[in-house]
Design a protein around this ligand. Structure first.
Ligand code: PLP
Length: 502
C-alpha cells in the first residue's frame, strides 16, 4: 500500500517513508491511497482475538512494507500488561447518566495516563523499523508541539530509543501543573523539553515551519539526521488509533451490549482531529458507524465548521480546564477533507493556503453536505464540564477527567437534540488525576483547595477513593530537569542549538 500527500498527489511514498518523514515536503499530510475493507467474516474473526491480535491484523493491512515478524515485534513490545495495567490496554466501562447509556472506552491506562500512549508506545518501534528500511544509519529528530499530553507520551515512548532524539515544545501557560511536571521531570539522555511564550497553535506552527524550512533540513542532512514527527500529523500516530475503535466494537459485541452488525455512534473529545479521524478510517474499513460526534470545549471552531462549512480560526482563543483541546487549527481535518472532496490535492492546497494566509476557508457545498451528514459538532464550556463531572460522580460514582466530561456533555446534547439512541462509544482520553484541580473543584466545590498539585491529588483520592495511577503518584519525588522558556520565533535556533549543529 502506498501513501501520498494531501497537497500533492505525485508525492508518493511507502508506509515506512511516510512514518519516517512525518509530513510531506509540500506541507501536506500523508494518506493511504486505498483503504482495506473488512468483510463480515473478517470482523467475526477479530471478535475472537485479543487487543494485540486485532492490532496485528490492522497494522499488517496498512503497513504492507513491514513483515509479519516486524509487526508482531512492535505490537508485542508496545501493549504489554505491565505498561497498560492489564491485557486489554483499552477496556470498556459501561455506565449511564440521566437514563442515557454511556459506553466508555478508557484509553488512558498507559504509562502517561492519557490516550496518546495508545499510539506513542508503538510509534517508536514503527519508526526505528521505518528508518532502517528507508534511511539506515540516520538519526531521527522528533519535534513535538504539545498541548500537554502528546509531549509526555512522546517523551516516554522515545526516551533512550536508539537513533532518535526528541525535543518537545509546550505553551508556557497552556498545560496543567501535572502535565508540566510530567514533562519537566522526564528521564532519558536523548530528550529535551522547552516552553514557549504563546499558545499551542504557535507551537504547532513553529514546528511545522522548522519541518518545511529547507535550510534547516539541509543542515540536518549534512549531519546525518532527519526530522520526524510524533504529532498526529504522522500516519504512525493515527494508525494505532484505528485499532481501538474496532476493538471496542468487538468488546461490546462480546459483552452483549450490541449485536454483531449493529450500528454505533462515536463520541470523541476533539482537538487536533486525530482521534475522531481514526474512527472515521475505521468506518471506511467497514465498522458500522452511524454518526461521528465531535465534542469541543469553548474553542469551538470545529462545531462551527461542521455546521457552516466555514473554518475560521480568527477568533478568541480560550484557555480552558480541558487544555489538550485548546486548539484552533485542527491539523487532521485536512485528511478528512482530502477524502471527502474526492482526493483533490489542488483544492486541499488552496484551502490550507487560505488558512495560512487569511486564517479561514470555506469548503464547497458538496463537501459540506457530507461533513454535516456524517458528523455532529457540539461544544461545552468549563462550567458545564464541571457540572458533568459532578453529576456522573454523584450518580454513578464514576470519576472522569475534564476532556471526557466534554464528550459526555456533548453526547447528552446530541441525544436531546436528535433523539438518536444508537449505542454510543465515548472516548475517554485521560485519567482524572491529570487534571486534579478542576476535577476536585467539580466534585467538591466547597472543599478548600490545597496549594500543591500533589496535595490536590491526595485530597481527590481521599474524597473519592478512586486510585491514583502509579505513574502519576510516582512523580511526586522526581526533580525537574527542564526549565527553558523561549519565544515562538526562537524555536528554530533552539532546535539547532539542542542538536549542536548551529
Ligand atoms: C490530545 C487529547 C485530546 C484531543 O485529541 P485529538 O486527537 O487531538 O483530537 C483530547 N483529550 C485528551 C486528554 C488529549 O490528550
Amino acid at each position: 500500500m502506498l501513501y501520498n500527500s494531501t497537497q500533492d498527489k505525485t508525492a508518493v511514498v511507502s508506509a515506512a517513508q511516510a512514518i519516517s518523514q512525518g509530513i510531506s515536503k509540500d506541507g501536506g499530510l500523508f494518506v493511504p491511497q486505498e483503504i482495506p475493507h473488512y468483510s463480515e467474516a473478517d470482523f467475526k474473526s477479530l471478535l475472537q482475538e485479543d487487543y494485540k491480535g486485532r492490532a496485528k491484523k490492522v497494522f499488517s493491512d496498512f503497513l504492507t512494507d513491514f513483515t509479519a515478524e516486524e509487526i508482531d515485534d512492535c505490537v508485542t513490545k508496545a501493549y504489554t500488561a505491565q505498561k497498560f495495567g492489564g491485557d486489554n490496554p483499552a477496556p470498556m466501562t459501561y455506565t449511564s447518566l440521566n437514563g442515557k447509556s454511556l459506553n466508555i472506552l478508557e484509553l488512558w491506562h498507559g504509562p502517561t495516563c492519557a490516550f496518546k500512549d495508545m499510539a506513542l508506545q508503538i510509534l517508536p518501534h514503527l519508526l526505528t523499523k521505518s528508518l532502517k528500511k528507508t534511511c539506515d544509519g540516520k538519526d531521527a529528530v522528533i519535534l513535538v508541539a504539545t498541548s500537554g499530553d502528546t509531549g509526555k507520551a512522546a517523551l516516554e515512548g522515545f526516551k533512550d530509543v536508539e537513533h532518535t532524539k526528541i525535543i518537545v515544545f509546550y505553551p508556557v501557560n497552556g498545560v496543567s501543573p501535572m502535565q508540566k511536571h510530567q514533562m519537566n521531570t522526564q528521564e532519558g539522555a536523548n530528550v529535551k523539553v522547552c516552553a514557549i511564550e504563546g499558545n499551542f497553535d504557535d507551537a504547532q506552527t513553529g514546528v511545522k515551519k522548522i519541518f518545511t524550512t529547507t535550510e534547516v533540513s539541509d543542515k540536518l542532512e549534512e549531519n546525518n539526521m532527519l526530522f520526524s514527527s510524533a504529532n498526529s500529523i504522522n500516519w504512525g500516530r493515527l494508525l494505532p488509533q484505528i485499532v481501538y475503535y474496532i476493538s471496542a466494537y468487538c468488546d461490546m459485541v462480546n459483552d452483549g451490549k450490541i449485536a454483531f452488525g449493529d450500528k454505533i455512534n462515536v463520541v470523541v473529545p476533539t482537538g487536533n482531529f486525530g482521534n475522531i479521524l481514526a474512527s472515521y478510517y475505521a468506518s471506511l474499513m467497514g465498522l458500522p458507524v452511524n454518526k461521528f460526534i465531535c465534542a469541543s470545549n469553548a474553542n469551538n471552531v470545529l462545531t462551527d465548521f461542521i455546521k457552516t462549512g466555514v473554518y475560521d480560526k480568527n477568533r478568541q482563543f480560550y484557555t480552558t480546564i480541558s487544555p489538550s483541546m485548546d486548539i484552533l487549527v485542527s491539523s487532521n481535518l485536512e485528511r478528512l477533507l482530502y477524502m471527502i472532496c474526492g482526493n483533490d490535492d489542488t483544492v486541499v492546497r488552496d484551502w490550507m493556503t487560505a488558512l495560512k494566509t487569511e486564517g479561514k476557508y470555506e469548503v464547497s457545498d458538496d463537501v459540506k453536505a457530507v461533513v454535516t451528514e456524517k458528523f455532529y459538532g457540539g461544544f461545552c464550556d468549563d462550567t458545564r464540564t464541571k457540572a458533568t463531572i459532578q453529576k456522573l460522580y454523584a450518580e454513578k460514582n464514576y470519576l472522569c477527567d475534564t476532556h471526557t466530561a466534554v464528550a459526555v456533555n456533548v453526547y447528552e446534547q446530541y441525544v436531546d437534540a436528535t433523539g438518536d439512541n444508537t449505542p454510543a462509544v465515548i472516548a475517554s482520553t485521560a485519567s482524572p488525576y491529570k487534571f486534579s484541580k478542576a476535577v476536585l473543584e467539580a466534585v467538591a466545590p466547597d472543599a478548600e483547595l490545597p496549594a500543591s498539585e500533589f496535595e490536590i491529588v491526595d485530597k481527590l483520592n481521599a474524597l473519592t477513593g478512586v486510585d491514583v495511577p502509579a505513574p502519576l503518584a510516582g512523580l511526586k519525588d522526581k526533580t525537574s530537569r527542564f526549565s527553558d522558556v523561549i519565544k515562538a520565533d526562537e524555536m528554530q535556533d533552539y532546535v539547532l542549538g539542542a542538536l549542536s549543529i548551529k
